[in-house]
Design a protein around this ligand. Sequence first.
Ligand code: PMP
Length: 403
Amino acid sequence: MTVLTSSRPLDVVADFPAIPDGWAYLDTAATAQKPQLVIDAIARGYDTTYATVHRGVYQRSADMTLAYEAARRRVAGFIGAAENEIVFVRGATEGINLVATCWAREQLKPGDRILLSMLEHHSNIVPWQMAAETVGAAIDVVPLTHDHRIDLDAMAAMIRPEHKLVALAHVSNVLGSVLDAKRATEIAHSVGAKILIDGCQAVPRLPVDVAEIGCDFYVFSGHKLYGPTGIGVLWGRAELLEAMPPYQGGGSMIDRVTFERTTYAPPPTRFEAGTPHIVGALGLHAAIDYVEAIGLEAIHAHETALVRQTRDALHGINSVTLYGPEDAAGIVSFSIEGVHPHDIGTILDESRVAIRAGHHCAQPLMEMLGVPATARASFGVYNGPQDIDALVKGIERVTRIFG
Ligand code: PMP
């Protein structure tokens, strides 16, 4: 593994066996490629060390349990949380659904309100709609500023005591806008609302400390943090998790079962029914080791510089419209006049440039922007100026093809 102390260029592409020479992978916001360190941790988890956790009386299982719980400790340290507040879930989607089911459906009453923002990913909209429909609550939407940030002044003006829950993205997966999560939390708490932050795009790009933010719940997915799919994290304040009923029933989450009555284990075990994604947790542990060895500050500086270079280059092409703020974190969405984003993606692929084209699971945001879709380039630790050159040349080719 290559670790540089200087902020840029990171020059770590050699750590990523799935990125061949000359391929510009610009879809990290969808999922990050995996460094060899993570692949090795997963392989090691399955070959000489594999066994179940929490149940075995034999040494191998006891060792695996220690490794699984060490991963939980590593996650806790990574985001400034306590170990018993880390619930392993499948990903951010499951983390949000867990809170919508076990907190919102339990706590909200008819007439209560939930506050979201215009730029949320569907996974931070639909679970709240489902909970709101069940309990008779309503949803309000914070608008964006002219440069496509969540408008916290507007939020402060519109929030009222009926708002019991606020759920906002820390970094937008479409626009790269970074939320002032601390201020958003203060606004939510000013009316007694709880706040969940969707940190999917933030944890791979910025240092995150939930204690410093002061929020109530925080979720993210392992696969966007250079770790495996199928593992993610819900962090919740201990007192909130303790007051929540289980999400699913099954093995591991119980204290005692009889046919008359079952009592539940304390959190986080209460929320981890069934055999967990054991090796996924080991892979996530390795992924956190990887990003922390590079340093989140260095990653942030690196990606901010790449965004800057990309935006500067694309500002020079007349037919290109850029979305999001100039200081976006690692993500640039754009469109080209008269060209469907899917055509942009297909033509760029011919030049070995991989971008995302579509609504990015943010249809309300697309409607606000007045487009059916955008093209999106998103960066990771392995990208460098050569990828931006390839992207810009590819876009110039698109504009030539479409005249
Ligand atoms: N929120 C944001 C901001 C995201 O970018 C994503 C993934 N695109 C999600 C939530 C959902 O994550 P997952 O599909 O890994 O559960």
